[in-house]
Design a protein around this ligand. Sequence first.
Ligand code: NAD
Length: 315
Amino acid sequence: MKEIILVIGASGQIGNELTQSLRVLYGNNNVIASDIREGGKEMMVSGPFEIIDATDKETILKVVKKYKVSQIYLLAAMLSATAEKFPQKGWDLNMNSLLNVLDLAKEKHIKQVYWPSSIAVFGPSSPKLNTPQKTIMEPSTVYGISKISGEFWCNYYHEKFGVDVRSLRYPGIISWKTQPGGGTTDYAVDIYFKAIEEGKLECFLSKNTRLPMMYMNDAVAATIKIMQAKPSEVKIRTSYNLSAMDFTPKEIASEIKKHFPNFEITYKPDFRQEIADSWPSSLNDSEARKDWGWQHKYDLTSMTEDILENLSTKK
Ligand code: NAD
């Protein structure tokens, strides 16, 4: 059966690239991009785009009916660092947008929902290394509280109303096409741009802060893979741990120095250090690998080579 997909939050770091991959897979006109603001040029010209406020259920429904949408990928959210500055706004956006989309699925306007969670569901009392799927989860950020609540709403709608909602706990996502939108792992994107443009970076996290990370190509592949899995393979309906690599600012800087030997990194931790300290250093994603065959492709070395090659030719 033909899928018509609506991506909400398509102009952001992940939405921009996910929308393009979905258009290649399902056909340009079958993937409707939407956001409260316009996105990158490639996305804007390659297929339909609608302005949608994810907190406004009626507008989403109008677009769903206009295009006969069967699946929604909900990516609109306020990220960790920004939500600490605007807690009420972060909570309202992250919760209301999700409940709107889950309700549309419950009311049978759409068949399937994708919504990303985050490693921010874990907190200072969770095990730091190889953090398991199920463990103590006491998040200490507004963003983390919204993500863990969202996970339980997803599970509730699945159990009570049969809603086919699927979710991944993304680690920090690293990309070179689109800038990140206010997260705690943004330094790991910025570092590549700064290496090429200025040869140095002042990092807002301390040098030995280890966090789980993933290249955008792998994040997009995982997202499409879980959405295409058979319903019976998706056994966890809160959200799956998802992992590829973990590193510290010092380690990513050493990798960059292999290509730019004069690259310099200095450290000036700010309020984001406390958020990073509350998160896992590495994640155990064996359930995702077992249930629906997740396999990552990129590690720190291959990701760095790919990003620097792409950024150098883009210049
Ligand atoms: P982003 O901030 O880059 O993009 C979010 C998009 O949502 C933006 O384009 C913004 O304009 C849009 N938006 C904001 N308010 C809106 C509203 N009311 N209606 C419609 N659109 C609205 O974020 P991202 O990094 O692309 O993240 C996408 C999803 O992945 C989020 O749920 C985020 O929590 C999750 N996630 C991201 C990362 C990461 O490293 N990027 C890690 C873990 C989880």
